[in-house]
Design a protein around this ligand. Structure first.
Ligand SMILES: CC(C)(COP(=O)(O)OP(=O)(O)OC[C@H]1O[C@@H](n2cnc3c(N)ncnc32)[C@H](O)[C@@H]1OP(=O)(O)O)[C@@H](O)C(=O)NCCC(=O)NCCS
Length: 452
């Protein structure tokens, strides 16, 4: 039952109160008590235990001793000054690309090639609810620490394997990355400019399919835990394919091909199904004095006016009512020929305006619009700071860093960020002593033998 004061509030005040970020750390965590072992690398695998850890799970990341997993070294801006804090000095620092996919975790090092490591992994798996892993198909099975081996002694284990192509079929053992998944999954064939505009397929700069695949895998895990704890009493083996994940998000392109034989084309910043619903070039820069060359040039603004009434408003805003007469219905506008006439007319109007001026004019006319923002604009906007979406974290290892919080809210059990990441093996002693029962001298021996 809601108390009276909450019941009487406006919806805005209700949301502000129940999601108030200053109460976050006083509230319980929804996944507390769930233990996840993460043998993951790059982004697709690592973000899964991180998402669960943001909800309160105890996620333990196991990496190659000293060097850690490859993502630590895959992006620039290594921060070697982190490591005086760790006895397990790595060969190199950690790049900023490691941020975002390894939050709130404990970090342990282990060389899986050593027989002792296999025994340690089995001890960890015996006490785990979940294992998350994204090596090639069958790598952990070959090492004797895959699902089939763990299931023998922990039938309640939920094991999420993420790979490129699935565990069977002729192409199963190839290497895969987000971009490969999107290429084979069909995404890039419909992204980028058409030939007439000098275009070629274009990839998304963020690894969206990795983060999306991680989110899908996390909900698979949570569903399996529900089934284990409420229905069956047993865990299961879960597979996620990066390519299939990309295919799944092709919206209607597969149905269109199946039904009509139409192969989707690239439409640049326009839409094949909606017009107007695209990004306009605005000829005046918002930052003429900027040192950033892309900011000096022009700006861009998303404008939506695909309903007939909206399109009429847009045409009168740009002083071209004839355009609305020529293309009165959506079916008229959405044809490729129509779009190649409509967008240049809109950009002619936007040629002497900044993206903010285009946004303001459209908004005042009752249309949906949004300037295309850069990192500076995203990180500076009051709305997102107030909501704690963009937040400063006083990271125990790294110091002050600006991060993005979890994009969803739970009123009673909010997600929270405790740390961005730690050095390789930072929690070796804690984990080996408390979960595996090793003494201090045994841990020192493991370190001497370079097993951890
Ligand atoms: C990412 C990927 C291409 C890397 O391929 P790879 O390194 O050639 O092969 P694996 O992932 O199976 O890793 C095995 C290697 O990891 C190394 N390794 C990593 N961590 C280790 C550890 N803790 N202990 C010992 N060896 C370790 C070993 O060298 C091992 O090679 P080996 O079989 O010769 O002993 C592959 O794992 C893959 O396609 N994964 C699925 C898709 C994916 O998630 N891609 C990344 C996200 S975009």
């Amino acid at each position: 039952m809601l108390d009276k004061s909450l019941k009487d509030m406006t919806f805005e005040d209700f949301c502000r109160t129940v999601f108030d970020t200053k109460d976050t750390f006083q509230k319980p965590e929804v996944m507390k008590g769930v233990r996840v072992i993460s043998t993951t690398q790059y982004i697709l695998g690592p973000c899964v235990p991180a998402y669960l850890a943001e909800l309160g799970a105890e996620s333990i990341k196991v990496e190659l001793p000293k060097r850690g997993e490859p993502m630590r070294h895959t992006t620039p801006f290594n921060e070697p000054f982190l490591y005086p804090l760790s006895r397990w000095i790595p060969e190199k620092g950690t790049g900023l690309g490691f941020f975002g996919a390894n939050t709130n975790e404990l970090f342990m090092s282990l060389d899986f090639h050593k027989p002792e490591a296999v025994q340690i992994m089995k001890r960890l798996a015996a006490k785990a609810d979940v294992v998350a892993e994204n090596y090639r198909a069958g790598t952990f099975d070959r090492w004797g620490i895959g699902y089939r081996q763990y299931k023998e002694f922990n039938p309640r284990l939920v094991y999420q394997w993420m790979g490129g192509f699935g565990g069977w079929g002729p192409g199963r053992n190839r290497a895969s990355y987000d971009i490969l998944g999107q290429a084979q999954g069909g995404c890039f064939s419909i992204t980028g400019w058409p030939k007439e505009y000098g275009g070629m397929p274009s990839k998304q700069t963020i690894w969206i399919m990795d983060y999306w695949g991680g989110a899908v895998s996390a909900f698979n895990i949570i569903a399996s835990l529900y089934w284990r704890d409420n229905v069956s009493g047993v865990g299961q083996f879960l597979e996620y394919s990066q390519v299939h994940g990309a295919q799944r998000h092709l919206t209607d392109f597969i149905a269109l091909y199946g039904r009509k034989g139409i192969v989707g084309q690239r439409w640049g910043n326009w839409e094949p199904l909606l017009c107007v619903h695209g990004i306009l070039k605005c000829g005046k820069s918002s930052y003429p004095g900027s040192k950033n060359p892309q900011e000096q040039e022009v700006g861009f603004c998303f404008v939506s006016a695909f309903k007939d009434e909206e399109f009429k408003k847009l045409c009168s805003l740009i002083g071209n009512p004839a355009l609305a007469k020529k293309y009165p219905a959506h079916a008229d506008r959405v044809a490729a020929d129509a779009q190649t006439a409509i967008y240049p007319a809109l950009e002619k109007w936007a040629a002497d305006k900044t993206k903010e001026e285009v946004w303001k004019a459209c908004t005042e006319a009752g249309l949906v619009a949004q300037p295309v923002w850069n990192s500076n604009e995203v990180a500076s906007h009051e709305h997102w700071h107030l909501r704690g979406s963009i937040q400063w974290l006083d990271d125990p290892t790294y110091g002050d860093i600006m991060i993005q919080g979890a994009p969803y809210r739970l009123s009673e059990t909010p997600a929270r960020i405790k740390n961005a990441f730690k050095p390789v093996g930072a929690d070796n002693e804690h984990i080996l002593a408390n979960l595996c029962g090793f003494s201090g001298s045994q841990i020192a021996e493991l370190e001497k033998k370079e097993i951890i």
